[in-house]
Design a protein around this ligand. Structure first.
Ligand code: SF4
Length: 371
């Protein structure tokens, strides 16, 4: 097994369940008295079981969820004590924590920063009250602005924000207004995900069509790159030097250890992936019994590895080496995708190809065609 240099911790509580969310998390209405303590105790047991899998120094740490900023800093510190007894962070370690505008104030930002967190990923998603309501977000525009103010006031220099696009009724003007608002703050990173819903979801029929989605995604590309951000991954933009190191490790197929209910882990040496149970109750019970909380483990097949290699390379602006186009049909399709403006020769590496901004926006169909 590889020595893991990246750690993910899943915090399973949210203030309310957003209408589009597929992550494992418990809104207040489903959180029972005692659950936060139970989670802290179980995480401590899992951290004790698994700390030895980590290297002595970590490259990246990511606290995700759920809403990690709903777990007080001292509770996190108690639960993860066995991790810090085994490994340490360095000046180079990127340590990200997700936060939601309505669950954090200046003082808690300062406490997380003192704990060691050096990057915040803020789930703003939208500013307009009608979109926030439609999405089931519990914060207001004012709370989002206040949280953005507070995160910088607390001294964070590396701050990412999330924006949802493809929201029913969203216009280019709404998107521009959101981008303008974000970039009035010294943010270093923007993640812009397209709202995706299952066909049976009540809002599915209201989603914008593909042409509108394409127009919006290209607008965001033009707007953000004009501000000096690099469009380095399908849905991600960064100021030079601020690409999300933890996520890059996922996209580059590197090893990481995940703790907490529903967390995934991957070991690149054995090409195995595993996932913890998606239930705080089961997670706690298994750990109480000194058992592993892993729900399943899979060894990736050659075919899966081949597919993942392609999908991961196509996500990033580095693209893939042309020598990967081994079959005549792939070469023909690559030429066709080039003529359609979806694929291009890499401007800095003659022997590589990558998706264009339009290719990023239509990545699903490009990947299907090429792989
Ligand atoms: S805050 Fe994030 S994790 Fe929590 S319900 Fe909303 S989308 Fe899901």
């Amino acid at each position: 097994m590889d020595i893991m240099q990246s750690l993910y911790v899943h915090f399973p509580f949210c203030e309310a369940k957003c209408h589009y969310c597929d992550f494992y998390s418990l809104g207040r209405e489903r959180t029972r008295a005692g659950d936060p303590d139970r989670f802290e105790k179980a995480l401590l047991l899992e951290a004790t079981q698994s700390a030895h899998l980590l290297s002595k120094e970590l490259d990246t740490v990511f606290f995700g969820g759920g809403t990690p900023s709903m777990t007080p800093c001292d509770s996190m510190a108690r639960a993860l004590e066995p991790i810090w007894a085994h490994t340490r962070i360095t000046e180079k370690t990127e340590w990200t924590m997700e936060a939601n505008p309505s669950s954090i104030q200046l003082e808690s930002f300062k406490a997380y920063r003192n704990y060691g967190v050096n990057r915040v990923s803020m789930g703003v998603q939208a500013f307009k009250p009608e979109f926030l309501k439609l999405l089931g977000r519990v914060h207001s525009r004012e709370a989002a602005l206040q949280a953005l103010h507070d995160v910088f006031e607390a001294g964070f220099k590396n701050v990412s924000v999330d924006l949802l696009c493809g929201v029913p009724g969203q216009t280019l003007k709404d998107i521009e207004e959101a981008l303008l608002t974000f970039t009035r703050f010294p943010i270093t990173h923007l993640s812009c995900y397209l709202l995706t819903l299952a066909p049976h979801h009540r809002m599915y029929s209201q989603l914008p069509n593909e042409d509108t989605q394409l127009e919006h995604l290209l607008f965001i590309h033009d707007w953000m790159t004009a501000q000096g951000f690099e469009h380095y991954e399908i849905s991600n933009f960064a100021r030079p030097g601020y690409r999300a190191q933890h996520n890059l490790r996922y996209w580059q197929g590197k090893s990481y250890l995940g703790l907490g209910p529903s967390a995934h882990s991957y070991d690149s040496a054995t090409q195995k992936r595993w996932k913890n149970v998606s239930s705080l109750h089961k997670y706690g019970n298994l750990l109480d019994e000194q058992k592993s909380p892993i729900e399943w483990t899979e060894a990736l097949t050659e075919e899966q590895l081949h597919l993942e290699k392609w999908m991961l390379a196509l996500r990033l602006d580095e693209g893939f080496p042309v020598e990967w186009l081994t079959r005549p049909i792939q070469k023909t399709r690559a030429e066709l995708l080039k003529s359609q403006g979806l694929l291009e020769s890499h401007p800095a590496h003659a022997q590589s190809m990558r998706l264009t901004p339009k290719g990023f926006a239509m990545s699903d169909s490009v990947i299907r065609s090429l792989v």
